[in-house]
Write a protein that binds this ligand. Structure first.
Ligand SMILES: CC(C)(COP(=O)(O)OP(=O)(O)OC[C@H]1O[C@@H](n2cnc3c(N)ncnc32)[C@H](O)[C@@H]1OP(=O)(O)O)[C@@H](O)C(=O)NCCC(=O)NCCS
Length: 176
């Protein structure tokens, strides 16, 4: 990953960032779905971590983590879902997305989370350590377990060992 911006600031979102985050999500995905998910998660109080990337005072990227439950014996609530992740089109491929992922994973680990689940580009996330979630025998309600977009990462070694369960994302993700 190349990283060229030495003046990039990554910090938690504040209420005055909401409109800019909405715009970044919409522009990055070229649709409203992800922006709406962010707003719904916020309204439901189900945001574990939300970071913005700021360049010269402008929000150019955003990443969000929300709680997930893994239906195993016993139920595991130490995991978070990563996403949506968005970088403004004009700022993509400059390392900003990678910086958001790395800072987000570090902060989730510091907050004590044991694992991260995501649905995303199978060629992008392995560089951060994500592996297919079926390696941990995880399942989900959206795609088949072997779908390459369904990935997982242990932040605490062994956190996902023996879970073998169904992953439940927050209801905001239903329907996407
Ligand atoms: C995906 C995204 C967040 C990456 O952010 P970024 O700042 O461009 O990423 P970085 O500069 O850190 O990394 C660039 C790498 O990401 C890869 N990448 C970017 N978009 C990708 C995509 N759609 N699929 C696969 N890889 C992708 C590039 O190929 C590049 O890989 P390389 O280093 O091997 O050349 C950004 O492209 C984006 O907002 N895309 C639109 C929304 C989206 O798809 N979000 C993620 C959903 S899983």
């Amino acid at each position: 990953m190349s990283f060229t911006h030495t003046d990039l600031i990554i910090r938690p979102e504040t209420p005055t960032d909401h409109a800019a985050i909405d715009s970044v999500e919409e522009q990055a995905f070229d649709r409203r779905d992800e922006a709406n998910i962010v707003a719904t998660l916020r309204a439901a109080g189900t945001v574990s971590l939300s970071l913005v990337a700021v360049l010269q005072g402008q929000i150019v990227g955003h990443i969000l983590f929300s709680p997930v439950e893994i239906e195993s014996e016993p139920s595991y609530e130490g995991a978070v879902a990563m996403g949506p992740l968005a970088v403004l089109p004009a700022y993509q491929r400059q390392g900003i997305g990678g910086a958001l992922v790395q800072r987000g994973l570090e902060q989730c680990q510091q907050q004590g989370y044991g694992a991260v689940i995501l649905f995303g580009h199978p060629t992008y996330y392995p560089r951060f350590g994500f592996v297919p979630a079926h390696h941990f025998s995880l399942r989900n309600r959206y795609v088949e377990p072997e779908h390459p977009a369904f990935m997982a990462l242990e932040l605490q070694p062994g956190a996902l060992q023996g879970r073998h369960g169904l992953v439940h994302l927050a209801p905001a993700f239903d329907g996407i």
